[in-house]
Design a protein around this ligand. Sequence first.
Ligand code: URP
Ligand code: ZN
Ligand code: ZN
Ligand code: ZN
Length: 525
Amino acid sequence: MAAPSRLLIRGGRVVNDDFSEVADVLVEDGVVRALGRDLLPPRGPPSGLRVLDAAGKLVLPGGIDTHTHMQFPFMGSQSIDDFHQGTKAALAGGTTMILDFAVPQKGGSLIEAFETWRSWADPKVCCDYSLHVAVTWWSDQVKEEMKILVHDKGVNSFKMFMAYKDLYMVRDLEMYAAFSQCKEIGAIAQVHAENGDLIAEGAKKMLALGITGPEGHELCRPEAVEAEATLRAITIASAVNCPLYIVHVMSKSAAKVIADARRDGKVVYGEPIAASLSTDGTHYWSKEWHHAAHHVMSPPLRPDPSTPDFLMNLLANDDLTTTGTDHCTFNTCQKALGKDDFTKIPNGVNGVEDRMSVIWEKGVHSGKMDENRFVAVTSTNAAKIFNLYPRKGRIAVGSDADIVIWDPKATRFKKGGIRHFQIPRLQIVNHIVTISAKTHHQAVNFNIFEGMVCHGVPLVTISRGKVVYEAGVFSVTAGDGKFIPRKPFAEYIYKRIKQRDQTCTPTPVERAPYKGEVTTQKSRV
Ligand code: URP
Ligand code: ZN
Ligand code: ZN
Ligand code: ZN
């Protein structure tokens, strides 16, 4: 039987980034058609209308994960979650759109990389997606291709790596050129902020000391290495008045640099990830090699255990702006490529399925943020920065019906015993989820959030008007997701940039020419 083409989400609390209200949401042809009280006709639902009861639940814009790497060929392997399983897992966690990265080799075409990633993703994706493109080298060709990607291919964000020396790393002058071009064509510059030279030297030092295990990964790239690169990127972006987005903020030091820059009026945004907001780098010292290796990512999780709380506080008060996951998963046997040398462990952790519940738990359940800020940092801010708003990131008439019915209630143990039931592959005790690799939908055989109890749970996920996940059951086919093109000059970021160009461009001082003596002495060198 065909799924009803119309949905009425009834009686829930609709939460946007600025406002919550109890309302019904009518969905037709993939978009929100009406929003208001008592939209159900008194005589009951007409045929073809499915009613979803959301009383006592929250109705949220679907999550937007700003940072994933599905089936990424990287460090001698390929990340194990592909665009099919990775996006299914996203839906199970309440995320309805991902932004992944097309990454060309040095000397390679950006457009070819973009087309390659599209050819991998289009037939497989179960949720909507878009692509950032990496700039891993610089030339006139790269400059021209960036323009074509923006004009013809729906790209408005370019990522530069300041780390991964000899692989993807670009130098300051290349960044200056790339940032200048971003500004010219109305894109946002993104950086992986770590000093690649210091990391390379630090790694040699650790190996010479006989440190070959995962702890070496953190020891050779301490916080200052991330903070220095963050400040350098902000300084370069500010010099060309280009908006800047710092991906995967992992340390207190880097977050402080971003917060200071924002207070100085810089147009800069910081993206902590589910991992940095909820766990720490003490795992690198685990006696179990595989446990430590599964936490290896760059920049690393930080040994300072106060880091997640600190980052969450900054996220709550707008010093940091969005959240991603950097979902880039490798099974234990892939991580084992670096069993004798930490520099060979493929970098990356999981999170695409876990992000929404983890941020609810550590952000809202902990009392640091309210439901509206939760929506802002998991969906709306990303939609605004990457120019998807209000099509995505909002529940409003005309917006895509990417919607999650969310159970925010902690109803742990009821009197008279524990109601403990199993729905397919998701362990729920009266709506509390305990995250586990045994039950998650991600392909990877390890979960860095293992054992975390989460009180916020997606009950139903709706993607462009279709119920794709409900009570642990998927109704989605590979290719149901769509590539979402993005236009340049997002107002949310470019209004300030343009204003500054108009009012802050330096002008020469008008003065009479100097008519005095000019020395004739020549320098000896
Ligand atoms: O360790 C990480 N972050 N892996 C993915 C590549 C990147 O740097 O984003
Ligand atoms: Zn990175
Ligand atoms: Zn551990
Ligand atoms: Zn990444």
